[in-house]
Design a protein around this ligand. Structure first.
Ligand code: ME8
Length: 643
C-alpha cells in the first residue's frame, strides 16, 4: 500500500481565518481524499502556529495573555475546518506538548552537527512576516517583498550555520526536479541560494512567547524553527520510529508563495543538519485577489472564511476554488465567475446529466439497474472508453498537482455523457418499444454517472455522495479501483433520484454602465426552471424556439464594445436582419462574411449599444472562453429551419 502525507502551512492565530487559509486547506483535503480513494494510507496535517513576537504583540494589544489569545483563535480555525468538513488526521498546535519535545530534539540534533553557535544579531526584522531581512531587501522602512514594516534588532542570538548548506541545497534542487514546484518557484529559490546564504539567527532574548532554547532559557527559539518542525512532530519524529518511517518524508508540503524561502531553503537545511530525509515536494500556490484587487483589510475586501461558508454551499466553494485557480498561479475570486461556473459546469452539466438520466430511469426502466451485455454499439463503446480514459487523465492531473485539470476532465466526461444521451435518445427507443436498447443506453449513462461521481468525490464530496446514494452503490463501487473496468453497476439495484444537486445561483448585480449591456449580450443569465427537472424542457417548449440557418452578409465592430460585432444576416426573409453578437474576441469580421450559422430568430429583439439585435447566433464556448461556430454547407439556403 502506498502512503501519502500532505500538509498545509500551520496558520498564525493573530487574526481570523480568511479565504487563503480556507483555500489551502480545502486543496490539501481534496488531495488527501483523492489518495484515500486510491486506497493509499493517507496522513493529512493542518493546524496553528502559535508562538512568536507577532502573536505576543497581538495578545498585548488585546490586553490578554498569549495563551488566552492562541486558545481562542486556534479554536476558530478548528471550528472553521469542521464547518468545511475537512478530513485532516491531526490539527496540530505548536503549543502542544509533543511538539515542544520534538522541537527540542530537533535543536539537539542540529547542535550535535555543530550547526548552532552563539553570537550577536544586528539587522532588520519584520514581526508581521516573522522574518529577518538583509539591507538590500529593505526600502523606506518596509520589506520590499511583502511591504511589511521592519524594525532594527541588536541582541545576543544563537545562529544556525545555514551557509554550510548552500551546495547541498543546490544539489538537492538539481537531483530532485520536483522538490520545489512550480518550476519557476524552484528557479527563484535556486537564484536566492546561489546569491549566497548568511547564517540564520534562530533565537531571541527580548520577548519570551516561544519554546525556550534547550540549555539556555534566556533565549526563545525563532518561530520558524519551531513552526517548520510541526511537519515531523505529527508523524512521530524522535518518538515513534515506526510511524515516522512510515509517513516521513512528506509527499507534499502545500504552501503559499510568500513562505517559499522558509520551506524550500531553511526547512531542508534544518533537516539535513538533523540528519533526516527531505520532503518529496514543496508546492507553492498563488494568491487570490478579490474581484481583481489584492485582499486587504484596509480596502474592505477582506474575505472572512466563515462568511464564505455562510454564503456558499461547500461543494460550490470547493469546486470553484479548485477549478478556477490552476495550482501555482494567482487567481481571482469573483462572484460572477463563481456563479457562472456553478450554473454552467455544476448545474447545467453535471446536475442536468444526473437529473435527466435518473428521471428517464424512473420512467423507462422501473428505477432498476438493468442487466445488459458488454457494450458493442459504437456510441456505447465510445462512452465506455471515454470514461476509462478519464480515470487515467484524472490520475495524471493529480500526480502533476493540477486539480483544476482533473476537474476539467471530469466535467468533460459529464458533458460527453450528456451528448451521448442526446445522440442515442433513449426516449425514442422507448417510444418504439425497443426495451433492450433503452436498457443498454440507460445503463451506459448510469455507469458513466458513477464514474463522474466517484471521480468528483474528493472535490465535491456531498453532491458525489448523493449521486452515488441515488445509484444505490456500496462503498466497494465508490473507489478508484472500481473504475478500472466498466460495468460495475450491479443489475437489479434500485435507484432513486437525488434532490436537486446544484441550485442555480443568481448573478451578482452588475455595475450600471455600458459594460453591463455588453456582458449581458455575451452571457444571458438563464431563467431558473421550476425545481423538479430544472433543466429538462418538454418537446413543446423546445418547439417554441425558432432556429434558422442565417447567412452572414456583413460584419463590423461595435464602437465601444470590444466583445461585440454587428452582423447583417440573411435568414430567408425579404429583408436581412441586424444581429449583435458577442463573438468579436473569437472572430474577425472578415472571416465571418459568407458563413451560414444557426440563429435563433424568434427572440424578443434587444437593444445593445443602441443597436437593435433581431436574432441570436449560437456558438459553442470552449473552456478558455473562445468560441466555435457550427456552419452549414452552401447547399443549405438561408432561412432553412433547424430542429
Ligand atoms: O505564513 N490567497 O501563516 P499565515 C491565497 N504561520 N493564500 C493566501 C492569501 C491569499 N490572498 N493570503 C495568505 C504563515 N495566504 C505561517 C506558516 S508553516 C510552517 C507556517 C496564505 O497564517 C499564505 O500564502 O500568515 C500562507 O501560505 C497561508 O495563507 C498562511 O499564512
Amino acid at each position: 500500500m502506498s502512503k501519502f502525507y500532505v500538509t498545509t502551512p500551520i496558520y498564525y492565530v493573530n487574526g481570523a481565518p480568511h479565504l487563503g487559509h480556507a483555500y489551502t486547506t480545502i486543496l490539501a483535503d481534496a488531495m488527501a481524499r483523492y489518495h484515500r480513494l486510491k486506497g493509499d494510507d493517507v496522513y493529512f496535517l493542518t493546524g496553528t502556529d502559535e508562538h512568536g513576537l507577532k502573536i505576543q504583540r497581538a495578545a498585548e494589544e488585546r490586553g490578554i495573555s498569549p495563551q488566552q489569545l492562541v486558545d481562542e483563535n486556534s479554536a476558530r480555525f478548528r471550528e472553521l475546518f469542521e464547518r468545511l468538513e475537512l478530513t485532516h488526521d491531526r490539527f496540530i498546535r505548536t503549543t502542544d506538548d509533543d511538539h515542544r519535545k520534538a522541537v527540542e530534539a530537533m535543536v539537539e540534533h542540529m547542535k550535535a552537527s555543530d550547526d548552532i553557535y552563539l553570537d550577536k544579531y544586528e539587522g532588520w526584522y519584520s514581526a508581521s512576516d516573522e522574518a529577518y531581512y538583509g539591507e538590500d531587501e529593505i526600502e523606506d522602512g518596509v520589506a520590499i517583498a511583502s511591504g511589511s514594516p521592519v524594525e532594527w534588532v541588536e541582541e545576543e542570538s544563537y545562529f544556525f550555520r545555514l551557509s554550510k548548506y548552500e551546495d547541498r541545497l543546490l544539489q538537492w534542487y538539481e537531483d530532485h526536479p520536483h522538490s520545489v514546484a512550480p518550476e519557476a518557484r524552484k528557479n527563484e529559490v535556486r537564484t536566492f541560494v546561489e546569491s549566497g546564504l548568511r547564517d540564520l539567527s534562530i533565537s531571541r532574548t527580548t520577548f519570551d512567547w516561544g519554546i525556550p532554547m534547550p540549555d539556555d532559557a534566556d533565549h526563545v527559539l525563532y518561530v520558524w524553527v519551531d513552526a517548520l518542525t510541526n511537519y515531523i512532530t505529527a508523524v512521530g519524529a524522535f518518538d515513534d520510529t515506526e510511524r515516522f518511517e512510515k509517513y516521513w518524508p512528506a509527499d507534499i508540503h502545500l504552501i503559499g508563495k510568500d513562505i517559499l524561502r522558509f520551506h524550500a531553503v531553511y526547512w531542508p537545511a534544518f533537516l539535513m543538519s538533523a540528519g533526516l530525509p527531505l520532503p518529496k515536494q514543496i508546492y507553492a500556490h498563488g494568491w487570490w485577489t478579490v474581484e481583481g484587487e489584492k485582499m486587504s483589510k484596509s480596502k474592505g475586501n477582506w474575505v472572512d472564511a466563515f462568511d464564505l461558508v455562510e454564503e456558499y454551499e461547500l461543494d460550490v466553494l470547493r469546486y470553484f476554488t479548485m477549478r478556477e485557480m490552476p495550482l501555482g498561479n494567482d487567481g481571482n475570486f469573483s462572484k460572477a465567475r463563481l456563479v457562472e461556473r456553478n450554473n454552467s459546469e455544476l448545474a447545467d452539466n453535471i446536475g442536468n446529466l444526473v437529473n435527466r438520466t435518473l428521471s428517464m430511469s424512473m420512467g423507462f426502466i422501473d428505477a432498476t439497474i438493468p442487466d445488459v451485455a458488454d457494450p458493442t454499439d459504437e456510441a456505447d463503446v465510445a462512452l465506455r472508453d471515454r470514461a476509462l480514459a478519464t480515470v487515467d487523465a484524472v490520475d495524471a492531473a493529480m500526480e502533476e498537482r493540477q486539480p483544476h485539470r482533473a476537474l476539467e476532465h471530469i466535467t468533460k466526461l459529464s458533458g460527453e455523457t450528456n451528448n451521448y444521451i442526446q445522440t442515442v435518445q433513449p426516449w425514442a427507443h422507448n417510444k418504439k418499444g425497443d426495451a433492450t436498447r433503452v436498457e443498454e443506453t440507460l445503463y451506459c449513462a448510469l455507469e458513466a454517472i458513477r464514474y463522474v461521481a466517484v471521480l468528483l468525490s474528493p472535490f465535491v464530496p456531498d453532491a458525489s455522495r448523493r449521486i452515488l446514494d441515488g445509484l444505490g452503490v456500496g462503498n466497494e463501487l465508490r473507489t478508484i479501483n472500481s473504475l478500472q473496468s466498466w460495468g460495475g453497476l450491479p443489475a437489479g439495484t434500485t435507484i432513486e433520484k437525488p434532490d436537486v444537486l446544484f441550485q442555480k445561483l443568481d448573478p451578482p448585480p452588475e455595475p450600471e454602465d455600458e459594460e453591463e449591456e455588453e456582458q449581458e449580450a455575451e452571457e444571458k443569465p438563464e431563467k431558473k426552471g421550476d425545481e423538479e427537472g430544472a433543466n429538462i424542457i418538454t418537446f413543446d417548449q423546445f418547439l417554441k424556439v425558432e432556429m434558422k440557418v442565417g447567412q452572414i452578409i456583413d460584419a463590423e465592430p461595435v464602437e465601444g464594445a470590444d466583445k461585440l460585432l454587428k452582423l447583417t444576416a440573411d435568414v430567408g426573409e425579404d429583408q436581412p436582419r441586424t444581429v449583435v453578437a458577442g463573438i468579436a474576441k473569437s472572430f474577425s469580421p472578415d472571416e465571418l462574411k459568407g458563413l451560414r450559422v444557426t440563429m435563433v430568430t424568434n427572440l424578443k429583439p434587444a437593444k445593445l449599444f443602441g443597436i437593435e439585435s433581431q436574432a441570436m447566433v449560437l456558438a459553442a464556448k470552449r473552456d478558455d472562453g473562445s468560441l466555435a461556430l457550427a456552419t452549414y454547407p452552401d447547399d443549405v439556403p438561408p432561412g432553412t429551419g433547424v430542429s
